[in-house]
Design a binder for this molecule. Structure first.
Ligand code: MN
Length: 195
């Protein structure tokens, strides 16, 4: 299987203050594209050829193939991340995710604060995720560099990229500003569809 860089599911200019068109040009057009290209080179003509993305990442994790693992996991994470945002998104969640947040975090405000703190305090590069575990509870997970909930048999619901490349063009070193603005664009419909 040849992996492909997905098109962004929105117009690049519609995330005022959060990510500029230039930010997307670099993050999607350069960084994400490089992960896809590196992954395709690393799965060519070997036992990874033909595997689905998740299967390739799981096998690479097991075998310690860091090139397939890092680039494959980053391809998954970025593809998922683009779907977590939309123009005119944000606000309070609705549907099933609203009920689960209330049940497992007490309130949306509390969840937002815990998720933001996890993302802001993650040391170095990585990802903060909201995921559904096998017991049906939702939880916040943090990954350094690459890594994803599916490796621990949890379903990804929402993520934010806190690698420096995610925010440096638009926010320089101010990671917390980038995280605060994320809440204005969260695609809760997409989150609900993952449940
Ligand atoms: Mn990134």
């Amino acid at each position: 299987m040849t992996f492909k860089l997905p098109e962004l599911p929105f117009e690049k200019k519609d995330f005022k203050g959060f990510i500029s068109a230039e930010g997307f040009d670099y993050h999607h057009g350069k960084h994400h594209a490089a992960y896809v290209n590196n992954l395709n080179a690393a799965v060519k003509d070997n036992n990874y050829s033909g595997l689905s993305l998740e299967d390739a990442v799981k096998l690479a994790h097991k075998e310690g193939n860091m090139t397939v693992f890092n680039n494959g996991s980053q391809h998954f994470n970025h593809s998922f991340f683009w779907n977590c945002m939309k123009p005119n998104g944000g606000g309070e969640p609705d549907g099933e995710i609203a009920k689960l947040i209330e049940r497992d975090f007490g309130s949306f405000e509390n969840f937002k604060s815990e998720f933001s703190t996890a993302a802001a305090k993650l040391f170095g590069a990585g990802w903060a995720y909201l995921a559904l575990n096998e017991q049906g509870k939702i939880e916040i997970m943090k990954f350094s560099n690459a890594g994803s909930p599916f490796l621990e048999n949890k379903s990804a619901l929402l993520t934010i990229d806190v690698w420096e490349h995610a925010y440096y063009i638009d926010h320089r070193n101010a990671r917390p500003n980038f995280i605060n603005l994320f809440w204005d664009y969260v695609n809760w419909n997409f989150v609900n569809k993952q449940l």
